[in-house]
Write a protein that binds this ligand. Structure first.
Ligand SMILES: [Zn+2]
Length: 302
């Protein structure tokens, strides 16, 4: 048996699109942790890289962050997810799901089985097996942790991200290959394909249902194949930034995070998001790991 999922190309548009469709958005927090301040916002200077990992920061000064995903309800295609959050076992023994390195890094994470995405789906009357599609913003371990909990889903991943996540030494770049279990259906997105189009300020976008309700926009930089998600709600739009911006401060002041896969691409993607907001005022902007922002979110947006 293959040691990990064997991806196939994604075929777009996915079924279920409806002209003029709008979606409902449920932001889901599946756990909390803490990171050194310089991980969220870069300290300049010689030791910047080490500071991002906590050099010189007292543990009391670490900043709490949420681990997140989203439930999106589409009127024709049904429920889909963006990212998977933390696996139900993380609060009990993080090494079981994350392996020794990230199990140790996540040893103080707060997570409970009741907070897992599958539990939160059940709370909303949804069977996790009804989730046919999961959009992966990227494949860092805190986003892929619960992939195996969604056995019926097709996981949409930028092909550059899959390449990075399965490369030798990917572990050192935040990827845990055991999450890409052989039975999973991984579908690769090609942002150079003919159906790719620009959308507002974004150079490359894919309209996954062909009805404009859920658009994936290429926002590389945090990782090689990062995507963000633009949703059409009833009266406004939402931009799920993923880790293309950890925080509101990065969105508002362009402060760089501790590490990126590529600083130049990160800045370019950030500018695309910032200009999108200028052109589409009123957009609900959701950064990836900003606890204050997440605590202010409503439980559902229509
Ligand atoms: Zn993340």
């Amino acid at each position: 048996m293959a040691e990990r999922a064997q991806p196939k190309p994604a075929t777009l548009p996915l079924p279920g699109g409806r002209p003029g469709a709008t979606v409902r958005l449920h932001p889901l927090v599946s756990g909390r942790g803490a990171v050194p301040p310089a991980y969220l916002h870069r300290d300049e200077g010689r030791l910047a890289r080490l500071k991002a990992f906590g050099l010189g920061a007292r543990r009391d000064d670490w900043v709490p962050i949420p681990f997140v995903s989203f439930l999106v309800e589409h009127p024709g295609a049904g429920p889909l997810l963006v990212d998977t959050g933390l696996h139900p076992s993380i609060g009990l023994d993080p090494a079981l799901n994350l392996g020794r390195l990230y199990g140790w890094i996540m040893r103080d994470a707060l997570a409970s089985p009741e907070e897992s995405v599958t539990a939160q789906l059940l709370d909303r009357g949804l069977d996790p097996r009804e989730i046919a599609t999961v959009v992966m913003t990227h494949l860092h371990f805190d986003h892929t942790s619960a992939m195996t909990e969604l056995p019926e889903a097709a996981f949409l991943v930028d092909e550059l991200e899959w390449e990075a996540a399965t490369a030798p030494f990917a572990l050192l770049h935040g990827y845990v290959k055991r999450h890409f279990s052989p039975e999973l259906d991984v579908r690769l997105l090609d942002f150079d394909a003919a159906e790719v189009d620009s959308f507002t300020t974004f150079g490359r976008s894919l309209d996954i249902f062909g009805d404009g309700s859920v658009r994936l926009v290429a926002t590389p930089g945090h990782t090689d194949g990062h995507v963000s998600v633009v949703l059409r709600l009833r009266d406004r739009e939402a931009l799920l930034c993923g880790d293309a911006a950890y925080t509101m401060r990065t969105l508002e002041r362009s402060d760089m995070p501790g590490r990126t896969a590529d600083d130049h691409l990160f800045r370019r993607s950030l500018r695309e998001m910032q200009r999108h907001l200028e052109q589409t005022p009123g957009t609900l902007m959701v950064p990836g790991h900003d606890l204050e922002c997440w605590e202010a979110l409503e439980s559902v947006y229509e």
